[in-house]
Design a protein around this ligand. Sequence first.
Ligand code: ZN
Length: 282
Amino acid sequence: MSHQGFEDYFTEPAILSVATTGGLHGKEANPNLPTQPEEVAADVAACEEAGASIVHLHARDEDDADTKSVERFQRLRDAIDERCEDVIINFTTGGDYPPEERLAPVLDVEPRPELATIDVGPVAFGRDAVRNYSRAANELFAERMAEAGVKPELEAFNPGHLTEVNHLIEEGYLSEPYWITLILGMQTGTLPHPRNLINLVENLPEGVVWQCLAVGRYQLPLTTMAMAMGGHVRVGLEDNVYYRKGELAESNAQLVRRAARIADELERPIATTDETREILGL
Ligand code: ZN
């Protein structure tokens, strides 16, 4: 059979990322949302066991409020290092804080995370909050992460954000492979529809490795679609607190186990942490 361009699908491992907690909702949304370091670490250990090779982390204070405290990120990191084998740590830099505060955990926690996010463009949250993720901040974050040996995960909330990705590439802020999260279903983000995921993927620049993040009930169909397209996926309670309609998820690991089963049924091998490092050039 001649080469059709899709054979890689059967051999390219699927990277499973888990976003355990997030910075927006708390246990009122789902009592199983892990917030304190020990809770998060126990859940991450189960996620790793189920096939997750990357964990995306936000820190909470003692009262479960979102925080950029380096000390709280350090406690989270230490708890995970204690409980987990070799999971790849990814720190958020998102949130409504000055850029230096958003960067501090990435630069000051030891050891540093292998990955950290850059939200590459503005997005609305709620009725009157807009996160001003600016080009200037993107450049600053990319520069500081490159100096620190941390690979950026570029979060694109809508198609126009790929303009900012292209800018960072053209100006030499990033090195290949570029690791991009395509986000569907956030408030002013890309509408969560299959055609839009295809469109985003078709508009990616050369040299990109991508994963799909879809919010709420769209998590299941769109991450499944991403796996069938040969992409990678992120699941977890940050993005979706339900397992199915009307049924809250029991844990992050429950969502990872479902993603792993789907990958298996789709004949995608699941990436080990070493394979993930190789794919992302860590
Ligand atoms: Zn996040």
